[in-house]
Design a protein around this ligand. Structure first.
Ligand SMILES: [Zn+2]
Length: 268
């Protein structure tokens, strides 16, 4: 398994902490905030090797963004295809692309700049509920999706729709969570003889996400996020799962540890 960083971008710092006052979150991030009050965020993707094939989790922002959007998002670095190549993986060798959800910073890398499929052999797996909300018309919800781009891959995506929990290849499963977005899902990897490895998507993006009640302003269904985080994190902590954070720059791999009524992040 390899962690692939498909560049970095910047998000408004306050929005990452939702209703939590800066007085409480400031100590986590003081040295990272830029003059526009944004935090540096990694676009973490996972390449999972199994005997049955290769699964890529997430695709980042991609290569189909104009200079204005690039500047607005503070987007820098290699997009997923060259980032995979740098790590020794050919995009054409990917069998399955699983995305936690379809927000711009997770589903942007499905197409190359010329509009061809970035992963020509792959099946794309996201929840059907996520596609429906992403291509819907709720003005509050669609703001985080790039609908014209998703329209281009709609048919490709429909071939891999998941309705609920599904095993993609032996040992690699997606588990619907909701919360951050309507059809958000986690990816869990199980291999005999070792503890599971999980990618909880944007329910667990940074070390401070370990507190189930610290939910971003980008979460569309925050009460679901709190509830699902509490139960998923309890299982992960009690069973010693290895967790990969979706947007952490420095210490993206670690474990969740119980701490009173919450959890703390224990980086590996
Ligand atoms: Zn994200």
């Amino acid at each position: 398994m390899a962690l692939i960083q498909a560049g970095t971008f910047r998000s408004d710092a306050g929005a990452l902490f939702g209703p939590v006052p800066r007085l409480l979150w400031d100590r986590w991030v003081t040295d990272e905030i830029d003059p526009e009050n944004r935090l540096l965020q990694a676009l973490n993707c996972l390449l999972i090797e199994t005997p049955g094939g290769r699964v890529l989790v997430e695709t980042g922002i991609g290569d189909r963004v104009d200079d204005k959007t690039r500047a607005m998002r503070g987007y820098e670095g290699s997009w997923i295809v060259p980032a995979l190549a740098d790590a020794g993986f050919d995009a054409a060798s990917v069998d399955v692309v699983a995305m936690s959800h379809l927000h711009f910073d997770h589903a942007g890398g499905l197409l190359a700049a010329d509009g061809s499929k970035a992963f020509p052999r792959a099946r794309i797996v996201a929840q059907r509920a996520e596609w429906e909300i992403a291509l819907g018309d709720n003005p509050r919800l669609v703001a985080s999706y790039v609908q014209p781009e998703l329209e281009l891959v709609r048919d490709w995506g429909a071939e891999g729709w998941a309705d609920g929990e599904r095993e993609l290849l032996p040992g690699v499963s997606v588990v619907p969570t909701g919360g951050h977005s309507a059809g958000h899902q986690a990816v869990v990897v199980r291999a005999p003889g070792s503890a599971p490895v999980a990618f909880f998507g944007d329910l667990c993006m940074r070390p401070w996400s370990a507190n189930p009640r610290w939910v971003t302003a980008f979460d569309d269904f925050p009460l679901t996020s709190v509830e699902v985080k509490a139960s998923l994190f309890a299982q992960a902590a009690d069973e010693g799962w290895t967790i990969v954070l979706s947007h952490e720059v420095r210490q993206p791999i670690g474990r969740l540890v119980r701490d009173r009524d919450r959890f703390t992040w224990d980086p590996l």
